[in-house]
Design a binder for this molecule. Sequence first.
Ligand code: SF4
Length: 470
Amino acid sequence: MSRSYFIRTYGCQMNEHDTERIAGLLEADGMASADDMESADVVVLNTCCIRENADNKLYGQLGHLKRLKQARPDMQIAVAGCLAQKDRGLIRERADHVDVVFGTHNVYRAAELIGAAAGGPIVEILEEAAEDDRSSFPSALPVRRDAPYAAWVTIQVGCDNSCAFCIVPSVRGAEISRPMDLLVSEVAALAADGVTEVTLLGQNVNSYGRDLQKGRRQAGERVSLRPLFADLLRAVGAVDGIERVRFTSPHPKDLRPETIEAMAEVPAVCEHLHLPLQSGSDRVLAAMHRGYTAERYLERLRAVRDAVDDLAVSTDIIVGFPGETEDDFEQTLMVAAEAGYDSAFTFVFSPRPGTEAADMVGQYCDPDEVRDRFDRLRAVVERSSRRGNQARIGRREVVVVEGPSKRDPGVLTGRTRQNRLVHFPSAQKLRPGTFAAVDVTESGVHHLRGEMAEVIAQPRWRTRIPVAAL
Ligand code: SF4
């Protein structure tokens, strides 16, 4: 009987993408996926240190796993991801029932390490990615994708910026871009496999290619400023069979005119921009080392809106960054109102150990004030997102079906090019990835409702897993 595995993922899309690859590696090694951690032979916790209370959540989960392991000593427990990269040996000091700890630079060794840990616990953390494609990029590894019609493609790992609140540069390292020809071949292989939608992933997608140029310049070559992210958008958008291209996240300071032109000109690139604001106060933006002012941010956003019809915009905003005053916060409210976001991930500042902001203890804001600011910001964002959704009533939207709604299996959920969720009843069982036209009849803050008008195209995917990307 093959062994089974279960992976719990914390955090961002990068981590979810890494999880797909860990699953792909374990399946390529002969394991099968388990329904829950209680029945799995191998449990992998893919951790994130960006979210609040990451340590508490991890050690709480490990406490639960300790009891399971006492009952089933053959069970193996692995801790991966950024918290593993940051805490290293500390994890086994606090939880000695963990069999394997591996970091963000050796995801590709997941199956080997778990196999080898049968002989005793292993902690393997690399300082940086080895210089080969397989080591640096999860996309170059086998995959077990959850959605057969959509795929994430990592175009870049690491980050060269130094935002005061962010741990990414220290756990993911400097920016490394994956060469464009490999990315385009990967997308072509995905399209041949029936994938119609790709999301290009990176911490700062707009600076894609910068390190590739540097490398060639150092080697004495005279190089142009290419490839740019815009070139990649055009190349990926031209792949036969790819209908939707998304990307996340661009950094406002690096949003180049070429990217905006490509967004406007490449039909496959969706009319959705996720542009993290973080704060609307220039003083706070400077303390965060974001590299732009509120006016510069709004200018760039206006440029994209002018170029791309019917653009939806989302963002990330931190409330209560150390030293934020009421006046700073009101500027954030004003920028949020002017930007007219369709959705926003709003976070209350919480210090991540190892970041500059975590040391600004004397400037932490009063928690009650922060909660009040958070609610006021939510109200502003919800107003514009409700208004944006209301404006869709009476329109026919093309959605890609994701599957049955979580609340009601008789209702299907699909997503528009603008990333709006649409729920609609359907007597027909439409497979995930089906393109359908839906007439919108109702709207809420976070979703639309409608009636299906017609099926436009059936999905093209047939087989699922495991698939080697190249
Ligand atoms: S741009 Fe800033 S917030 Fe984003 S990953 Fe880099 S350091 Fe972190």
